[in-house]
Write a protein that binds this ligand. Structure first.
Ligand code: PHE
Length: 355
């Protein structure tokens, strides 16, 4: 038997005993590696004469082709076998019931704060914040609120000590004081946040949300206040035209002061903002009182401006047709699921950071 036949025989025997990919890899090196039996035969070829070489080369190449195709096929078989085993282990039971998942919702109050903040930020307001626990000074005195003002009464305000020096802020206006004391004019801020009053019924909760606005500069007038609020209300309610009226009012920290009503009507049980002959009060505002400017070291002979304060919960109720304020704070998951907002479902008038 020639060397080549021997090689072929030995290959066949060894090949039939192969159990795994590793054995196959070893076998491949044994025959085709640098010093493998087949590779050595190719080296021998050079020492043969032309005639012998022709015959030898043909036979050797045939054997080489045969063995490599056998090896390649075996590799494929092992690979398929591995895939099949994996599939068997990973079998999916499609009759299993689905696992319930619950995605979170954005609370209408958070949603409305976002909407209002983005509307005002488009016209140059930045967002400021302050603490819920305030000093009596920032909440009342600095805001020109006299000692005998009814808001200072225990019936209206949650005091946190006997001396009535600290309290839960009754409005977001103390952040006007903090902002002006800590900076230099001009000021152009909005302040969303929690506020507290001793009050609870269908439209009042002891904790509620307000949004304050403050714009102080050298020549800010009541016309700016009107234009700013008109723009905001149109944007917020997504209507082109609104009816709006300023009613004379009184706040200790603004002079003159006004309350703002917007026109509405009820159609098919739904509230339509901007039309009709009914009026709805939505915010308080006015020109910042010179005493407030003095208290915050802003010169009232050089600077003036406006402030406003609105109830965020009330606006959320109006815009999204929610009629009981208390539900906002009951953390009832079913309610939130119904009235909450999908974090990925961007509302049409959203003008967040991406724009
Ligand atoms: N702070 C007032 C309130 O809580 C609202 C307001 C703010 C009015 C700013 C005028 C100016 O009712």
């Amino acid at each position: 038997m020639s060397d080549l036949d021997n090689i072929l025989n030995s290959f066949e025997t060894k090949f039939s005993q192969i159990k795994n990919k590793n054995d196959l890899q070893n076998l491949k090196s044994e025959f085709f590696g640098k010093n493998g039996s087949i590779s050595l035969q190719f080296k021998i070829m050079g020492s043969l004469n032309v005639e012998e070489r022709k015959i030898f080369a043909k036979k050797l190449n045939d054997i080489k082709d045969k063995l490599t195709s056998q090896i390649d096929k075996k590799f494929k078989d092992f690979e398929n076998q591995a895939i099949n085993e994996k599939l068997k282990d990973e079998k999916v039971d499609i009759t299993l019931p689905i696992r319930s998942t619950q995605s979170g919702k954005i609370h209408p109050v958070s949603q409305v704060i976002d909407e209002i903040s983005s509307i005002f930020s488009e016209i140059g307001f930045s967002v400021a914040e302050g603490p819920d626990v305030e000093s009596e000074y920032n909440n009342f005195t600095a805001l020109n609120t006299p000692e005998d003002h009814p808001a200072r009464d225990m019936h209206d305000t949650f005091y946190l000590d006997k001396d009535k020096k600290t309290l839960l802020r009754t409005h977001t206006s103390p952040v006007q004081i903090r902002t002006m004391l800590n900076g230099k004019p001009p000021f152009k801020i909005i302040v969303p946040g929690r506020t507290y009053r001793c009050d609870s019924d269908q439209t009042h909760a002891p904790m509620f949300h307000q949004l304050e606005g403050l714009h102080i500069d050298k020549d800010i007038t009541m016309a700016h206040l009107k234009g700013c609020l008109n723009y905001f209300i149109r944007e917020f309610f997504e209507v082109k035209k609104i009816k709006m009226r300023f009613r004379p009012s009184h706040f200790p920290f603004t002079e003159p002061s006004a309350e703002v009503d917007i026109g509405y009507k009820i159609k098919n049980g739904k509230i339509i903002i901007g039309e009709g002959d009914k009026w709805l009060e939505i915010l308080g505002c006015g020109m910042v009182h010179p005493n407030v400017l003095k208290n915050t070291k802003v010169d009232p002979n050089k600077f003036q401006g406006f402030a406003f304060g609105m109830g965020i919960d009330r606006l959320a109720m109006l815009k999204y047709g929610i009629n009981d304020l208390r539900a906002f704070f009951e953390t009832d998951f079913r309610w939130l699921n119904h009235f909450g907002f999908d974090p990925l479902d961007v509302p049409t008038n959203y003008r967040g950071l991406s724009r």
